[in-house]
Ligand binder design. Structure first.
Ligand SMILES: Cc1ncc(COP(=O)(O)O)c(C=O)c1O
Length: 473
């Protein structure tokens, strides 16, 4: 692309993005296309010769956009609502232009050092001590995988050279998490060669928090049966209901038993920076590792997961491996980010975290998180006051679990009513909600987390839910 054409198209795209970010609510939030529609609209063969950018952008609007579910939409209340904020988008633009690959310090000193600075800022904001060193991965799933790989490095002698398969000196290994923990823990256990059976899900109390007494009993029972505990994963903000495991009591068990404690605070960890919410990560400083996802609730465009570890030396001994062609003279005096993970090539992700933190400032972020929690409390109050809806879990942060009550009152009817209600509100194109199951019951979730979501959008969601529920009764 010649420089003039690039300048012209860059301006055009910047204008398009500015309009889009100003009002993503102009599109239906949930893509209303049939499976295969986008694929069928595109040629199956690649273009033989160059096409004008005009034509490419035209097809972007005509074919691609209708197949986009708009995570930036203020009516996006599904899963964990997120926002690709302006400063984050601009940082991605710059990062793509620089095309930095930060495997080694020398392959971009700024990328390596900015990562340290931005993660240091975030660490201070959420109240973790300096003993936690940070590294950026793409997702919380990968962060948790690295945490459990480090735990395996500690527990299994010579695992790096000898592995675990077929070894008579390595017994069965166990990882513990609650019955509400994210499926990324299952995947990590599977990938690390422990076998899915190595994961023991510990029961929760009535508010979906891991029961420490049940964890202690499980560890004792496993030890007696010859299992070796490898790690415990405590969750701060579970995926379904955002419950918070009692990290202090869990840490006490881990310290007594000598078990690696990893805290999955992917969603709720950032709440710790809001005055009054310091408790969220207070006991997490006793953990060995922790993950928090700025791409969830910190206005940082997907993807960016912050992994903090008190024992990064263990992560390095699990992953550092330097072939001749990657040796550098300065390696003893600098960090080479390739040493702290499985991937060699690394995007310049810290740029967007740095720009987001600078653009909003700590107070700006705190105010927005506090507002999201206020909106969720408001919605929870409406549900609580309604004779036709009921709340299904406490709402400590910005997610509310609820369901419509069927007029006939039995569980089968509740299931059907809520499945239909979810379809009906999502078909409006105005809002997008997702569901989960708590105690076997189908539950709807309203997750607030988008920068553009205001009280009016939450009111509209509530009006639509009431209207559609009344139609379906
Ligand atoms: C508690 C928790 N942990 C981990 C994850 C996985 O996140 P990621 O998509 O960054 O792997 C999620 C996703 O929602 C989550 O809710």
């Amino acid at each position: 692309m010649d420089p003039e054409a690039f300048r012209r198209e860059a301006h055009r795209i910047a204008d398009w993005i500015a309009d889009y970010l100003d009002d993503p609510g102009r599109y239906p939030v949930l893509a209303q296309v049939r499976p295969g529609a986008i694929r069928d609209a595109l040629p199956s063969d690649p273009p033989v010769s160059s096409e004008p950018f005009d034509a490419i952008l035209h097809d972007f609007e005509r074919i691609i956009l209708p197949g986009i579910t708009h995570w930036n939409h203020p009516g996006f209340f599904a899963y964990f609502a997120i926002s690709g904020s302006g400063p984050g988008v601009l940082a991605e633009f710059l990062s793509a232009a620089l095309n930095v690959q930060a495997m080694l310090w020398r392959t971009s000193p700024a990328a390596t050092e900015l990562e340290e600075v931005a993660l240091g800022w975030l660490r201070k904001l959420i109240g973790l001590p300096e003993s936690f060193e940070g590294v950026i991965y793409d997702t919380a799933s990968i962060s948790t995988l690295h945490a459990l790989a480090a735990a395996r490095e500690v527990v299994v002698p010579r695992v790096r050279s000898e592995g675990i398969a077929g070894r008579a000196d390595v017994g069965r290994l166990r990882v513990y998490c609650s019955d509400q923990a994210h499926s990324s823990v299952d995947k990590a256990v599977i990938l690390l060669g422990l076998g899915h059976q190595a994961l023991r899900r510990v029961p929760c109390d009535a508010e979906y928090r891991m029961r420490p007494d049940a964890l202690a009993a499980a560890v004792a029972e496993d030890r007696a049966a010859g299992w070796t505990p490898l790690a415990v994963v405590a969750t701060v903000g579970t995926t379904s209901s955002t419950s918070v495991d009692p990290v202090g009591a869990i840490a006490q068990i881990c310290e007594r038993e000598g078990i690696w404690l990893h805290v999955d605070a992917a969603y709720a960890g950032v709440a710790a920076m809001v005055p009054g919410y310091e408790w969220v990560l207070r006991d997490a400083e006793r953990a060995d590792s922790l993950v928090v996802n700025p791409h969830k609730w910190l206005f940082t465009p997907f993807d960016l997961s912050a992994f903090y570890c008190r024992r990064m030396d263990v992560v390095r001994s699990a992953f550092a491996l330097t072939p001749e062609y990657l040796t550098t003279l300065e390696s003893a005096s600098v960090k080479n980010l390739m040493d702290t993970g499985v991937q060699l090539g690394r995007r310049f992700r810290s740029l967007k975290l740095w720009m987001v933190l600078r653009h909003f400032g700590a107070d700006g972020i705190r105010a927005r998180l506090a507002e999201h929690m206020r909106l969720a409390r408001l919605f929870a109050d409406w549900v609580d006051a309604s004779p036709t809806f009921e709340r299904m879990a406490p709402a400590p942060f910005s997610v509310v679990c609820f369901r419509a009550r069927p007029s006939s009152g039995d569980e089968g009817a509740a299931e059907l009513l809520n499945a239909r209600l979810l379809d009906a509100v999502n078909a409006t194109g105005e809002i997008f909600l997702s569901h989960t199951r708590l105690d076997g019951r189908l539950v709807l979730r309203l997750a607030v987390g988008n920068l553009r979501t205001t009280e009016a959008h939450v009111e509209r969601a509530w009006a639509l839910l009431q209207e559609k529920a009344a139609e379906l009764q």
